[in-house]
Ligand binder design. Structure first.
Ligand code: ADP
Ligand code: MG
Length: 590
């Protein structure tokens, strides 16, 4: 292919002439240093290239070479437990190769070529196969069985298949006889990141992605295959929520994209995740996790790619029939990268300087989530849940990135500055947030957790909704103007907020709360309310009820370990007994 020449450099944007053979989205190498870039616009023989590395030192006249293929990722065994940058270069390896300073244009393979994997074939010579069929498996980590699938576009008969044994990712493990000749297959597939990977059929998500976070699971659940957004101002807890989901969500694979947020946050992830044990497998959560890091000190264009790299890797594991959860923190940084490139291309700016195609790009990203019937002959199903943090400047969600996101996602967890200021964490606003999966999940919870689950959730939510009106009255004319029943209501909503909604991510036990425990905690609070109402009816003073020691036990319920949930049943009995006692004692006039 002909080489072009740089005619202009503007930050991460390089324009080259003499590129008539190239196409939009081709990956190019810029200068002798072979900086990696991607063509984002073609005009005649001029290509506008977004470069994924620092462009200082690049000058007019430097050579530009198109690779002729779009930005792609390598898919195969060895992705899990890796940490990549936005264009899938392994960060550890990069560091070893280039020293502590990331040297430009260092070329490294995404998948380790030296390592051997134990491949077990599942097909035999003569079997007809097509895209998505599983040729064999590789235990990638102790918890992930990697399925080596026939790549897209290949259909034929197995001519050769390797026996069980140890192979490199680039060793030929099968030969497929197709209409277009024999195809040699290795354990690596390449896939262009900007194109969604194919599947047979999209189906409605029908099970919750259990996160162990009470406000999420009970009030605003997300499904396996669903989409959710977490907008919130700086410091409101977006990253902590994303980390909590990465740690605790009951997904088989987690792809975590740290996109332009503070650098030390990814270091936190690297330090903390290997130590954390997944309760369902007893293994470190890294054994199911892929990390993609683009911190704010990396070039802006690489952030733009990181979202696509992340979702493509996610789709690949979905295609194996797994439930995958992808977190992106934060999609605003990605949108800002889009805006910057658009500005440098001198495109017509839309709302707040973002390009007019912002909304469609965001929609395209979230549309790659979903529950699907995978390609392949075994009818397996996979799910990809996409959860994006959004950081609107000043926390004002009327801005374009928040608005475009909210139009497409089905779950909205709105983080509030006021709540985080009061140290109510997670600072998810229970009035403004919503989940469009609620009706379906109600059914699931009532069937699988307890028959009163949704009924209790509705009761609790309507109490919380009444609270603000009651608080307004208190503010205007004082608490004493409320009836004792309304005052009791405020006691209960306080308990719902503090004893249920608040959850400390940094507490050993409270950090994760099973649905069973969520159910019982909710029942205890509502039980207390119901019994207290009875007592009020019997003439007991509210002040007597408020002084009951059992309330302290409700407050501490969140710290009951998961293997001692019978203590919550005992608490319920205790509430009833103590209240009966109080009623029996009668009204205590001073
Ligand atoms: P953001 O990403 O929105 O800027 P962070 O996720 O970094 O905000 O959260 C800021 C701080 O808020 C955290 O360092 C932590 O102290 C506190 N925080 C957030 N969520 C929780 C939580 N669930 N439990 C305890 N503390 C929290
Ligand atoms: Mg953050």
């Amino acid at each position: 292919m002909k080489t072009g020449k740089v005619i202009k450099v503007s930050g991460p944007l390089v324009v080259a002439s003499g590129m008539e053979d190239a196409n939009v989205y081709d990956v190019v190498e810029v200068s002798e240093n072979k900086l990696i870039g991607e063509i984002i616009e073609m005009r005649g023989d001029k290509a506008s290239i977004q470069v994924y590395e620092e462009t200082t030192g690049i000058g007019v006249g430097d050579i530009v070479l198109s690779t002729g293929s779009p930005l792609s990722v390598e898919l195969g065994p060895g992705l899990i437990e890796q940490m990549y940058d936005g264009i899938q270069r392994p960060l550890e390896v990069l560091k070893d190769k280039a020293g502590d300073f990331l040297r430009k244009g260092v070329e490294v393979k995404a998948l380790d070529r030296e390592k051997e994997w134990t491949f077990t074939p599942l097909v035999k010579v003569g079997d007809p196969v097509e895209a998505g069929d599983v040729l064999g498996t590789v235990p990638e980590t102790v918890v992930v069985l990697h399925k080596i699938m026939v790549p897209n576009g290949i259909k034929g008969k197995v001519k050769e298949i390797k026996a069980e044994g140890d192979y490199h990712v680039d060793d030929v493990i099968a030969i497929i006889e197709t209409e277009k000749g024999d195809k040699e297959l290795t354990m690596i597939q390449k896939w262009p990141v900007r194109v969604g990977r194919p599947y047979k059929e999209k189906i409605d998500p029908n099970t919750p992605l259990i996160t162990g976070q009470r406000v999420i699971d009970t009030f605003f659940p997300v499904t396996k295959g669903g989409t959710a957004a977490i907008p919130g101002p700086f410091g409101s807890g977006k990253t902590v929520v994303q980390h909590q989901l990465a740690k605790w969500a009951d997904a088989q694979i987690v792809v975590y994209v740290g996109c332009g947020e503070r650098g030390n946050e990814m270091t936190d992830v690297l330090m903390e995740f290997p130590e954390l044990i997944d309760a369902s497998t007893g293994q470190s959560i890294m054994k199911r996790t892929v990390l993609i890091a683009n911190t704010s000190n990396m070039p802006v264009a690489a952030r733009e790619a990181s979202i696509y790299t992340g979702i493509t890797i996610s789709e690949y594991y979905r295609d194996m029939g797994y439930s995958v959860a992808m977190m992106a923190d934060s999609t605003s940084r990605w949108a800002e990268a889009l805006r910057e490139m658009s500005g440098r291309l001198e495109e017509m700016p839309g709302d707040e300087g973002y390009p007019a195609y912002l909304a469609s790009r965001i929609a395209q990203f979230y549309e790659r989530a979903g529950r699907v019937v995978c390609n392949g002959n075994d009818g397996r199903e996979g799910a990809l849940t996409a959860i994006g943090a959004v950081s609107p400047p000043g926390g004002d969600i009327s801005e374009p990135v928040s608005q475009s996101t909210l139009r497409i996602v089905k779950v909205f967890w709105k983080l509030d500055y006021d709540l985080s200021y009061k140290r109510h964490f997670p600072a998810i606003n229970w009035i403004d947030s919503y989940s469009l999966y609620q009706a379906k999940m109600d059914k699931y919870f009532d069937e699988h957790i307890s028959k009163e689950f949704s009924q209790n959730r509705i009761k609790a939510m309507s109490l919380l909704q009444e609270e603000s009106a009651l608080l307004e009255i208190v503010r205007l004319v004082g608490r004493d103007s409320l009836s004792e029943k309304d005052q009791l209501k405020l006691e209960i909503t306080k308990s719902l907020r503090e004893d249920f909604l608040q959850q400390n991510a940094f507490h050993d036990i409270d950090t994760f709360c099973s649905l069973e425990k969520q159910d019982k905690m909710m029942k205890a609070i509502l039980k207390f309310y119901q019994e207290a109402l009875k007592a009020l009816d019997k003439g007991i003073y509210l002040s007597e009820i408020e002084k009951m020691p059992v309330r302290e036990r409700i407050t501490r319920a969140k710290n009951i370990p998961e293997d001692q949930l019978e203590k919550l049943d005992q608490l319920m009995d205790k509430i009833e007994e103590d209240m009966e006692e109080l009623i029996k004692g009668g009204r205590q006039d001073a």
